[in-house]
Design a protein around this ligand. Structure first.
Ligand SMILES: NC(=O)c1ccc[n+]([C@@H]2O[C@H](COP(=O)([O-])OP(=O)(O)OC[C@H]3O[C@@H](n4cnc5c(N)ncnc54)[C@H](OP(=O)(O)O)[C@@H]3O)[C@@H](O)[C@H]2O)c1
Length: 243
């Protein structure tokens, strides 16, 4: 009998959880525990790290997991690497549910950075009003460029401001283009810094930036180990039911 582990924290993982719940496929949804009130799921939920690849391998054996779907964010490289290693060790089949990268369109003014450190380095110029739309992790790295005024959009109210010169907007996506046009105009944003997350939930800021002629510093995706990859829930369900 199938016993699926979904490595989650994304819209894609939520859609998969909904689909397997509707089909009555037993599944557990795993959250890292980064946000205070994670969305409820229609399947069993567990929260928190496993303790590296070895901890995940132990969990897979102890919980008799038959399939793992890595539906984590494309920038969750550590978790994805651990999933590949733990599934190889235990022989549990692994598939990734991924989303295509965003590609620049006519009118976009994108500059690319290979990772967060490169994005920080690219901000070495004069003071600007920067919409730092990169989530909560690694914000402190941008303190190395303290000349800018940063706009942060976070899921939870931070305990303390992660950067000296910043405004925080607490909001959980998905966001609309109208909302992001208004946000960028209200904050007089001169540069948007974004991870190339792909998908629909966070892309409104890019459409808004294009419409307003605002440049984007795009952090490219980390390289992940090779694994079976699907881009849709239906394909994952086929894989689960017709291995
Ligand atoms: N990175 C982003 O930009 C981003 C954006 C939106 C959502 N998310 C979501 O936020 C979570 C954390 O992302 P991250 O970039 O911090 O990951 P990461 O750097 O790849 O992972 C660091 C550690 O966090 C734990 N972890 C990560 N995802 C987990 C999950 N789904 N279930 C249980 N433990 C998990 C693992 O701890 P152990 O080694 O102890 O197992 C992992 O080694 C993921 O669920 C991801 O889908 C990330």
């Amino acid at each position: 009998m199938t016993n699926l582990l979904i490595l989650g924290g994304t819209t894609e993982a939520n859609a998969l959880a909904k689909a397997v719940a509707q089909l009555g496929i037993p599944a557990t949804y795993s959250y890292a525990g980064r946000v205070e009130n994670p969305r409820p799921q229609p399947v069993q939920v567990r929260v928190g790290g496993f303790g590296g690849a070895a901890g995940l391998a132990r969990y897979l054996s102890d919980s008799a997991v038959t399939h793992v779907v890595d539906a984590t964010h494309p920038f969750a490289a550590q978790m994805s690497g651990n999933a590949v290693a733990a599934c190889a060790e235990t022989g549990v089949p692994l598939a990734a549910l991924t989303r295509p990268e965003w590609a620049a369109q006519d009118g976009d003014r994108w500059q690319h950075a290979s990772d967060t450190a490169a994005a920080v380095a690219a901000l070495s110029g004069p003071a600007q009003r920067v919409f730092l739309a990169v989530g909560r992790m690694h914000l402190e790295d941008f303190a190395a460029q303290p000349q800018h005024h940063y706009l942060l959009r976070l899921v939870d109210e931070p305990d303390m401001l992660p950067l000296p010169n910043c405004d925080v907007v607490v909001s959980r996506g998905p966001f609309t283009v109208e909302e992001d046009l208004a946000l960028i105009m209200r904050h007089e944003t001169q540069l948007v810094v974004s991870k190339n997350a792909g998908g629909t939930g966070a892309r409104a800021k890019l459409d808004a930036a294009r419409a307003l002629g605002v440049p984007v510093l795009m952090i490219d995706r980390p390289t992940l180990p090779k694994r079976v990859e699907f881009s849709g829930v239906t394909q994952v369900l086929d894989w689960l039911t017709h291995p």
